[in-house]
Design a protein around this ligand. Structure first.
Ligand code: 0X9
Ligand code: ZN
Length: 465
């Protein structure tokens, strides 16, 4: 059933708009299509994506909007395919039982974490990191051999920033079980827990998750009422470059960024965990699209200064999972994500992994997805302990300054911070700056703009001397 509904990419029939059911359409991922989807505020960056295609929700609202904009409609629909014929029917066919079958309800998720914390007291610390708007706990399970000390590396593993992405809770839960049940049995697991701290948050957004599981399958955001709508997209609410690209200011949008940066308790909880544990590496699970993603998300104008490290581990995990590894902005630009903020502001190696081919994969796909994800996480625990060492190499330092210039120059700006970066760049020879720009694969127009700024700085200082 699922296979029939979502993998038979049907050519779009001219009568498709007469269909009453909500559908998901797949269109080529071109700048033109992205512009149309954005202008009409059609929900797209929260569906499937790849460098080749973008999925978007073709519901009543989308049909009406496109009916009023014939040119847009013709461009957008000319090469479109139906990815999901009937979203409701698909969701109903996937999990038919009230107890959600193999998927964990919110209560089962909590019970499972508590059971494992009780069963392995020497290896776990369970705590609630705070209470949500609807007064639910955000449970955090720290896993490590408490008897071994020293300076342990720490890893953060999260699920369900987004409510409807149920599989993203299953993977952290399966990982928790794998680590705890196999300590002392599988050498690699024993070593990981002796030498590292693994912090697991299976449901970052429990209010939304409960709502999606019991009332509205397609619910994505949290459940806090803001300005006559409900819910903020927790993966658009982080502070770094908040609200600059690919995040909606409209409270009724599925990608609503929130009233201000870090306005949401769930986001505050994640950043507080970062401050408490000083994570080296972090992974946030989502669905769907079979991708391994890393910063930057807010801009596609540069790669990060640590792109090679991101790519190395991203490719290795992609290989294990059978997923495509890439920088987020190769799909579209979107700001306010966990990955950009923890990387930019805390120097964490961050990944977003988009699991499966739909938000809720078929029940028989859960185990294979979990098994491969566990292997990918074991790879990361073994290979990304101190992934971004402090590097004093001048070329690397220059790339770091340049990526800060881009941060402060692109879209919004922080003039005083920018001035400091520009004055240190203005002391370097052009060739060194050029080389660093090459290293970041910086967009040409941005290079020119930055050189203009640097030259202005230089002449200003010459005049002063
Ligand atoms: O858009 C998102 O938040 C994620 N995709 S989803 O379909 N699961 O909603 C991707 C997040 C990638 N990271 C950033 N945009 N920073
Ligand atoms: Zn998501």
């Amino acid at each position: 059933m699922l296979r029939r509904i979502i993998t038979s990419l049907l050519a779009l029939s001219p009568f498709m708009h007469l269909q009453a059911a909500d559908q998901v359409l797949r269109v080529p991922n071109t700048a033109e299509n992205r512009m149309i989807l954005e202008q009409l505020e059609l929900e797209h960056d929260c569906y499937g994506k790849s460098p080749e295609y973008l999925d978007f929700l073709y519901d009543k609202r989308a049909k009406n909007l496109l009916e009023q904009r014939n040119t847009f409609r013709n461009i957008l629909l000319r090469n479109s395919k139906v990815y999901v014929e009937d979203v409701d029917a698909l969701n109903r066919s996937l999990v038919t039982r009230d107890d959600l079958g193999k998927y964990h309800t919110l209560e089962e998720t909590e019970a499972s974490i508590k059971e494992y914390a009780d069963k392995y007291p020497d290896l776990t610390i369970l705590k609630s990191a705070g209470n949500t708007h609807e007064n639910r706990n955000v449970w955090v399970l720290e896993i490590s051999n408490k008897k071994t000390g020293g300076d342990k590396s720490s890893f953060l593993i999260m699920g369900s920033h987004h409510a409807r992405e149920w599989i993203s809770t299953e993977v952290p839960l399966a990982l928790m079980k794998h680590l705890l049940d196999n300590y002392g049995k599988i050498d690699a697991v024993t070593k990981v827990l002796d030498e590292s701290r693994i912090v697991i948050v299976p449901m970052v957004n429990p209010d939304g998750s409960a709502h999606s599981r019991t009332k509205q399958r397609m619910w994505r955001k949290n459940r806090r009422p803001v300005a006559s709508s409900i819910g903020v997209d927790n993966n658009r609410n982080y502070a770094f470059k908040w609200g600059t690209t690919g995040a909606s200011p409209n409270p009724s949008s599925d990608t609503y960024r929130g009233p201000e940066p870090m306005s949401e308790i769930e986001n505050q909880i994640v950043v507080n965990l970062q401050k408490e544990y000083d994570f080296d590496t972090a992974v946030s699970f989502h669905s769907y699209s079979e991708l391994v993603l890393w910063p930057w998300g807010y801009t596609g104008k540069i790669k990060s200064k640590d792109h090679q490290v991101f790519e190395k581990h991203g490719k290795a995990m992609g290989q294990i999972l059978g997923y495509k590894p890439m920088q987020i902005s190769g799909l579209y630009e979107a700001s306010g994500g966990f990955d950009d903020m923890l990387y930019a502001d805390f120097g964490v190696l961050t990944y977003t992994i988009e699991l499966g081919k739909w938000f809720v994969p078929q029940e028989n796909e859960i185990d294979p997805i979990c098994e491969k994800s566990i292997q990918a996480m074991m790879y990361l625990f073994e290979n990304a302990k101190n992934p971004l060492p402090v590097n004093q190499d001048p070329a690397y330092v220059t790339k770091g300054i340049l990526q800060n210039v881009v941060r402060d120059l692109v879209i919004d700006d922080n003039q005083s911070r920018l001035d400091i970066s520009l004055s240190s760049l203005s002391l370097l020879p052009d060739s060194a700056i050029q080389l660093a720009m090459d290293g970041l694969e910086m967009e040409t127009r941005l290079r020119d703009q930055i050189f203009d700024y640097i030259n202005r700085h230089r002449s200003f200082h010459r005049m002063q001397n």
